[in-house]
Design a protein around this ligand. Structure first.
Ligand code: MN
Length: 249
């Protein structure tokens, strides 16, 4: 059997103009399920739920893919919401925090993208900067105005990281990524190392510091760069490889 990869879902209310019908829907970007499928995994969209034990999902999964979306509710890292905060979903946060805790407990492989990486950091005791505008040392454009498939800023990869291998050991230790985030990691969570930074020192990737966890997190959106020469597609094949090992363990 192919590894079974859970993809976290988002929710949306659609009210059609001039129509009495409205829909409350679960969704995730198609690029994620496509990337899982193309790398030999079976994708499964996990809807936000309130009363199902996280183990009911995690027991069945071989890997967890945490995707982007709303800002993390600052309450979860001990802060009040400041004016710069974007939209949050405490309900989604609560659900995904429980999923992450259970996946960590079961040592299931995690690939955490954008908000997903930020939420993993919070689960492990870290904090976030509520908006990059609050730190004058952050000078490059992290909310890019270009299309999603264009890698716009460079990152420097820690040559001792797993990410360095995943991205094909670039000789100058640099790759380019896209960037659609207005929040960044402030204090790093426990048992994580920084595996990449942008030139203005923003944490662009993290990973497990030891074998107790199996987490790779990236701040950019590899789902839009799977065909780029920058090897972001390898993040998905790496997740599937890790999930296969997990499934056969
Ligand atoms: Mn960035």
């Amino acid at each position: 059997m192919q590894p079974f990869i859970g993809i976290t879902g988002n929710e949306m209310q659609i009210n059609r103009v001039g129509d009495v019908s409205s829909f409350h829907i679960n969704y995730s970007a198609r690029h994620f399920s496509t990337a899982v499928e193309e790398n030999g995994g079976t994708p499964f969209l996990i809807p936000i739920t309130n009363n199902i034990k996280p183990s009911e999902f995690i027991d069945r999964l071989d890997g967890l893919l945490l995707v982007g979306g709303q800002d993390v509710t600052p309450y979860f890292y001990g802060e009040e919401p400041r004016k710069v905060l974007g939209q949050t979903s405490p309900e989604r946060d609560t659900f995904e925090i429980a999923l992450i805790q259970e996946a960590i407990k079961q040592k299931k492989p995690i690939l955490a993208v954008c908000r997903g990486m930020q939420l993993v950091n919070v689960v492990l005791g870290g904090t976030l900067l509520q908006d990059i505008g609050e730190d004058p040392s952050i000078t490059i454009q992290h909310v890019q105005q270009s299309l999603t498939q264009y890698a716009t800023h460079s990152i420097h990869i820690n040559p001792k990281s797993r990410l360095f291998n995943i991205t094909g050991k670039p000789e100058d230790k640099k790759v380019k990524v896209n960037s659609f985030h207005h929040q960044v990691i402030k204090d790093l969570g426990n048992e994580l190392i920084v595996s990449a930074r942008s030139i203005d020192n923003v944490i662009e990737a993290v990973e497990s510091a030891n074998d107790d966890h199996d987490i790779i997190g990236v701040q950019w959106h590899p789902e839009y760069l799977t065909n780029s020469p920058y090897s972001s597609g390898n993040l998905f094949s790496d997740l599937i490889d890790r999930a296969k090992k997990q499934a056969s363990a």
